[in-house]
Design a protein around this ligand. Structure first.
Ligand code: FAD
Length: 420
């Protein structure tokens, strides 16, 4: 295109949230010279900029930080290491050859990168995704949007609210709305267990006497201009509303916390394989996608429970990207990959493949709550990692470091759950 500027980067990181910032700083520390972060918002830090409550960084720093404080530490680390952070810069296109098209204050630009790190975070499922019947009045928000209005725009979104779905952001918003003087009537959850972390159920609902209605769903939203009434019903084991159990709640606000979806339009555009289990790219133990030189981390790879784990994972992606530039495409493309299979009760495992001889970190989620279990990572007869868990829930990500690498002759690695 005429007048278009083309520039080179060793590593281009798409997304300047905690994942992108940690990945970029780690890539620089591992020797990559020109490291670029492309962030569409005016401020780097990602979604943490609107998470003003504390509790971030307990694993990483042993401190309870607010979201902006936690993000600020990684922003400073990236800046100190000389990362070029370009805000208000949206990445519009990505090719398998690692060419990016961006739009920002400098106009349209094309970047040619030695390696690319996908760190675009996730987006929220909306009312359309769960198909709640009824009218379309104002007053229905996703939890993240509600959080943005309250915490970034200083705007109150309503006075009597019902929260639909018990994901972490919804639980946090139940408490936040209460602290701002709204009445939160209940959190309605279709499953027999909460979608969010146990600590959030206690600190955000129980401490404020907000009821959690498990096995319930919203069957109707009514209202002329603004939400006026919401009908809630119990569900059977198949998730269908049970006739005769309906209860009508008068309220003006519905907050949806019904799931997060990894943001991967650019990964798809570049032709990366996407997992139907995670919604993120299929990666190996180096967090490299099916496209050589393109890596993924953070919520764009799979939705995390704690940002501390996002940062650690992103550092692996940054180090891998720097190593990729050093080794070159050819050296990496020849590697044999060992598939990892999730056993019964395991919803997904990341990464999807291991390189023989590499000692990787494995993240997984279980399908349903269970207690007194042992998780083993096995390669044939060898146990590569094992740990006992008094309790496992889908809300909490499990992380296991392999104590020895998979032997070269391994066909598959399996992740198994057994009674303890
Ligand atoms: C609404 C919400 C609230 C949350 N609250 C909590 C909480 O209270 N506690 C907790 O532990 N965790 C919380 N989380 C989880 C938290 O998001 C993650 O732990 C962490 O922020 C994920 O980091 P990330 O960098 O992967 O994604 P994000 O923080 O989402 O950062 C992704 C960044 O990529 C940018 N981006 C995306 N696409 C492009 C593009 N094409 N071009 C340029 N930039 C792009 C976005 O603008 C964003 O800044 C919350 C998540 C959400 C969605």
């Amino acid at each position: 295109m005429r007048g278009e500027k083309i520039f080179r980067a060793d590593v281009a990181v798409i997304g300047g949230g905690p994942a992108g910032l940690a990945a970029a700083a780690a890539a620089r520390a591992a020797g990559a010279e020109r490291v670029l972060v492309l962030e569409r918002e005016p401020l780097a830090g990602g979604i943490l900029n609107q998470c003003i409550h504390d509790g971030f960084g307990l694993v990483r720093f042993g401190e309870a930080l607010t979201g902006p404080e936690y993000a600020g530490r990684f922003l400073r680390a990236a800046e100190e290491r000389g990362v070029d952070i370009r805000t208000r810069t949206m990445t519009l296109e990505l090719t398998a050859e690692r060419r990016l098209r961006t739009l920002g204050p400098r106009g349209y630009e094309t970047a040619e990168a030695g390696a690319v790190i996908l760190a675009m975070g996730c987006r929220e499922r909306t009312r359309g995704a769960i198909q709640i019947p009824g009218a379309r009045p104002a007053g229905v928000f996703t939890a993240g949007v509600a959080q943005y209005y309250l915490n970034r725009q200083n705007m109150m979104i309503g006075r009597r609210a019902l929260i639909v779905g018990s994901g972490d952001v919804g639980l946090i918003m139940a408490r936040r709305l209460t602290l701002e003087g709204a009445r939160v009537l209940a959190v309605v959850e279709k499953l027999p267990y909460a979608g969010g972390l146990a600590r959030n159920v206690v600190q955000c609902l129980e401490d404020y006497d907000i009821p959690l209605l498990l096995n319930h769903t919203v069957t109707r939203i009514e209202g002329e201009r603004r939400v006026e009434r919401v009908t809630v019903a119990r569900v059977d084991e198949a998730g269908r509303a049970v006739p005769g159990t309906e209860r009508v709640w008068a309220c003006d606000t519905v907050v949806l916390s019904v799931g997060l979806i990894p943001e991967n339009e650019l990964a798809l555009q570049a032709g990366a394989e996407i997992s139907p289990l995670t919604g993120g790219a299929v990666v190996n133990g180096d967090l490299q996608t099916s496209i050589p030189g393109v890596f993924a981390c953070g919520n764009a790879l799979h939705v995390h429970d704690l940002v501390d784990h996002v940062s650690a994972e992103a550092e692996t992606a940054g180090q891998s990207a720097a190593a990729f530039i050093r080794a070159g495409t050819a050296a990496r493309a020849e590697d044999r990959l060992i598939p990892i299979r999730p056993g019964a009760g395991v919803r997904y495992v990341v990464p999807f493949f291991l390189r023989p001889g590499a000692r990787s970190l494995i993240s997984l989620r279980v399908k349903e709550p269970m207690s007194r279990r042992r998780i083993e990572v096995r390669a044939g007869g060898r146990v590569l990692a094992a740990r006992k868990f008094p309790r496992l829930t889908p809300a909490e990500m499990v992380r296991l470091t392999l104590r020895e690498p998979a032997p070269p002759e391994t066909e598959t690695v399996e992740v198994m759950i057994s009674d303890d």
